[in-house]
Ligand binder design. Structure first.
Ligand SMILES: *Cc1c(COP(=O)(O)O)cnc(C)c1O
Length: 429
């Protein structure tokens, strides 16, 4: 029972440095968050020791009575929170969860459709460098010139290409998804509708964004973004395969069984039980009234930040935000996202460079940055704080090479972070 700092002082040192970094910076990457002590404890637990291939009560290894309890509780909580008929909590992360959905529902070479990465979609929605754009005939839909999804365009592409599976969901889209419209389009071409809610799952759980069910057949989500849990993912779905006779005639399986079999034995081996326990705890936290307030505050804070940036003369894709993130178009400022990412980093504000829709600039020097509110909201930042943060970001954008501006922003960041501390008693040394 030798502690980490004795066994491996190098790693302990790096953990302490990362903890200090997280304490000191404004972490504004929209796909990140700060988990609770309870989630950290579950994640760092003895459950990592156990092999449990299979599902509760149907395992390939003995000694799983408590693992079964953990996984069953996680599944029940997931179903209740998202109004789902079935839940699989074993996916190692978001990308394998999506891959399992393809494996469950379509065959290599089949046509699938998702939002283009360049317009805010995820790699796993059919991008050409992803396995999903290589093994499947992937059709990609754009956003309209106003930055919003144009459902007429999505429908026209669907009618033209007849995908068997349509993904909705995104990683850089600041607006709300209309699941009813997506489902109507899916119905016209007999496609499955998969809602990948990785980014906004916490907003859905908190009741500030609409639920994909009953419109979607399947919902996938990561658990580590707005949901504020450990790195991991879930697949939620209906029980019945409503397109069984069209796409899976001859199969004896319902949709829930197709999904479960795609995760194990299709794609994965033993589940990460420590991760499952931490997901269960995350779902308990997300069902509490305080989480509803948290989700409301994420959106309020993103809107306050957007308003502040607009007041500073900045340009936002789609003109603002309905969720936890902002996509800023830096072209009017004649500067690229990579330069601003680095300049902000030096001032202790962490964001990521990002392409904007129809970006003429290359992906490594794109025209935008993506900024999110989940982490700062977890720290207790208010709308007033966010307006100040907006001013600080704008100061850097207007003078990315000015060292004195950078130093004054960094000092202001130190004030803000010390007013909203995290992990007060934690230390790895
Ligand atoms: C983050 C994300 C994923 C992938 O999650 P990883 O855990 O990074 O594999 C999938 N889809 C969307 C929409 C995402 O935002």
């Amino acid at each position: 029972m030798t502690p980490l700092h004795t066994t491996d002082p190098d790693i302990a040192e790096f953990l302490e440095s990362e903890l200090e970094r997280e304490r000191q910076v404004l972490e504004m990457i929209p796909s990140e968050n700060i988990v609770s002590r309870a989630v950290l404890e579950a994640l760092g637990s003895v459950l990592t020791n156990k092999y449990s291939e299979g599902y509760p009560t149907k395992r390939y290894y003995g000694g799983n009575q408590f693992i079964d309890e953990v996984e069953t509780l996680a599944r029940e909580r997931a179903k209740a929170l998202f109004s789902a008929e079935h839940a699989n909590v074993q996916p190692y992360s978001g990308s394998p969860a999506n891959l399992a959905v393809y494996f469950a529902l379509v065959k290599p070479g089949d046509t699938v459709m998702g939002m283009s990465l360049a317009h805010g979609g995820h790699l796993t929605h059919g991008h050409k460098v992803s396995i999903t754009g290589t093994y499947y005939n992937a059709v990609q839909y754009p956003v309209g010139d106003d930055g919003f999804i144009d459902y007429d365009v999505v429908r026209a592409l669907a009618l033209e290409h007849k995908p068997k599976l349509i993904f909705c969901g995104a990683t850089a889209y600041p607006r709300i998804f209309d699941f009813e419209k997506f489902r109507a389009i899916a119905d016209e071409v007999n496609a499955y509708l998969v809602a990948d809610m990785a980014h906004v799952a916490g907003l859905i759980a908190g009741g500030v964004h609409p639920k994909p069910f009953p419109h979607a057949d399947v919902m996938t989500t990561t658990t580590h973004k707005t949901l504020r849990g450990p790195r991991g993912a879930m697949i939620l779905c209906k029980r019945e395969d409503r397109l069984h006779d069209i796409h899976h005639a001859g199969s004896k399986h319902d949709l829930a069984t197709l999904i479960d079999r795609a995760i194990f034995p299709g794609l994965q081996g033993g589940p990460h039980n420590h991760q499952t326990a931490a997901i269960a705890t995350t779902l308990k936290e997300a069902a509490e009234p305080t989480f509803k307030t948290y989700a409301e505050n994420i959106v309020k804070n993103a809107k306050a930040l957007a308003e502040s940036l607009l007041n500073e003369g900045m340009t936002l894709v789609s003109g603002g935000t309905d969720n936890h993130l902002i996509l800023m178009n830096l072209r009017p400022q004649n500067v690229n996202g990579a330069v601003i990412e680095t300049a902000l980093d030096d001032a202790h504000i962490t964001v990521n460079k990002n392409s904007i829709p129809n970006d003429p600039a290359p992906p490594m020097k794109p025209s935008g940055i993506r900024i999110g509110s989940p982490t700062l909201t977890t720290r207790g930042f208010t709308e007033d704080d966010m307006r100040v943060v907006g001013q600080l970001i704008a100061q850097i954008i207007k003078a990315p090479n000015d060292v004195s501006v950078r130093e004054s922003v960094k000092a202001k960041v130190a004030e803000l972070t010390s007013a909203h501390p995290i992990y007060p008693n934690l230390s790895y040394l």
